[in-house]
Ligand binder design. Structure first.
Ligand code: DHK
Length: 151
């Protein structure tokens, strides 16, 4: 299967299922992980799915991705809107990046409507709940397939 795609989740996403379900839905992160892994395995790719509440740990994983992953799917949680350091790490990774949010950040508070992560992302999926992760895995598989067919 080769190197995996990293699916990285930032602060508070471990609270999914309990956390503001009207905004984030009732799926737990464990359920989202299973769906992403299932979708990836039908596409013949591996997923390494992680969550942390620590900005430093998230940056460490992004740095690690440069050598050990084929692409990054990231929901940086609240760090999306604040962290230049996450953006810097994503740009340094030199990998395809897809940004995911469960909620539609453009229908929410104005401070959520700007994403630092987007500057490093090939595409953004938001507002589609847990399904967004499956769609991101599918899109990443296409991106990787077309990159490898170009040699
Ligand atoms: C998740 C969070 O934790 C928020 O801080 C973001 C994002 C939105 C989401 O919708 O998945 O603003």
């Amino acid at each position: 299967m080769g190197k995996p795609i990293y699916v990285l989740n930032g602060p508070n996403l471990n609270m999914l299922g309990k956390r503001e379900p009207a905004i984030y839905g009732r799926d737990t992160l464990a359920a989202i992980k299973l769906r992403a892994e299932d979708r990836a395995s039908t596409l013949g790719i591996a997923v390494d799915f992680r969550q942390t509440n620590s900005e430093g740990e998230l940056i460490g994983w992004i740095q690690d991705a440069r050598d050990n992953a084929r692409g990054i799917i990231i929901n940086a949680g609240g760090l999306t809107h604040t962290s230049v350091a996450i953006l810097d790490a994503l740009q340094a990774a030199e990998l395809p990046v897809i940004e995911v949010h469960l909620s539609n950040i453009f229908r929410r508070e104005s401070f959520r409507q700007h994403s630092h992560v987007s500057l490093a992302a090939m595409g953004v999926i938001c507002g589609l709940g847990a399904k967004g992760y499956e769609l991101a895995v599918e899109a990443m598989a296409d991106i990787l397939a077309s990159a490898s067919s170009r040699g």
